[in-house]
Write a protein that binds this ligand. Structure first.
Ligand SMILES: [Zn+2]
Length: 185
C-alpha cells in the first residue's frame, strides 16, 4: 500500500498543511504552519540478497518464511529497509543475517527495482552461502533452501522478490548474470 503522508510536524507536532513551499519548489510538501518546517517525503530503499548454494546445475536459493505483516507466512528473499550509516551492500548483508542468520560472501548488485506506487526502491545483491547453518531471527518462521522446481511461486511475498527470482533462474540457465533494472507497476 502507498506510504501515508506526514500528518504532523516532526519538529513541533502541529498538524501540517499541504502546500508548495515559497522557495522555488514545484511540489506540494507537508509544511508546518507553526514552525515552518518543510517535510520532504522521499522514497525508501529496501536492500536484500539472493543467497545461493551448490553447483550451477543444482543451485538452490535461500528463502525466508515471514513471521511479520505484511504477507505473514509468505516466502521472501532476505531483505529490509536500509538503515542510516550503512552502505546498500552492508544493509543487504545485515538483513540476511537478521532474517536468516545466514553466513554469506557478498556478490555484485543484481537487481534494482523502482516500486513507484509505494515510494520504494528495492536492491538485491547476489550472495554465496558459506554453509547451510541458519539461525532465523524473530521476523522469520523458517529459513530453507529451494531448488528452482520447488520455489513456491504462488506464495512469494512481494512482486520484486518474484521478479528477482525469475530473472535469476533465467540468467542461471544462460550462464550469464547482468544487472537488472526493472520498474514494477
Ligand atoms: Zn512545526
Amino acid at each position: 500500500m502507498p506510504r501515508s503522508p506526514t500528518l504532523h510536524c516532526r519538529s513541533c507536532g502541529t498538524a501540517v498543511v499541504l502546500r508548495v513551499p515559497d522557495d522555488g519548489d514545484t511540489r506540494e510538501r507537508a509544511v508546518c504552519p507553526a514552525c515552518a518546517t518543510i517535510h520532504y517525503d522521499n522514497p525508501l530503499i529496501v536492500v536484500g540478497t539472493v543467497p545461493v548454494w551448490g553447483p550451477p546445475e543444482a543451485e538452490q536459493v535461500l528463502l525466508c518464511k515471514r513471521n511479520i505483516e505484511p504477507r505473514w507466512g509468505k516466502w521472501t528473499l532476505p531483505a529490509g529497509f536500509m538503515e542510516l550509516n550503512e552502505t546498500t551492500a552492508e544493509g543487504a548483508a545485515r538483513e540476511t543475517d537478521e532474517e536468516a542468520g545466514a553466513h554469506i560472501e557478498m556478490g555484485p548488485l543484481y537487481a534494482m527495482m523502482n516500486v513507484v506506487r509505494v515510494g520504494q526502491v528495492h536492491m538485491f545483491y547476489r550472495a554465496r552461502l558459506l554453509d547451510l547453518n541458519f539461525d532465523p531471527g524473530h521476523e522469520t518462521i523458517e529459513a530453507r533452501m529451494f531448488a528452482e522446481a520447488d520455489i513456491p511461486w504462488d506464495e512469494i511475498a512481494f512482486q520484486t522478490v518474484k521478479v528477482t527470482l525469475e530473472r535469476y533462474f533465467e540468467d542461471r540457465r544462460r550462464g550469464a548474470f547482468g544487472l537488472h533494472t526493472v520498474d514494477i507497476d
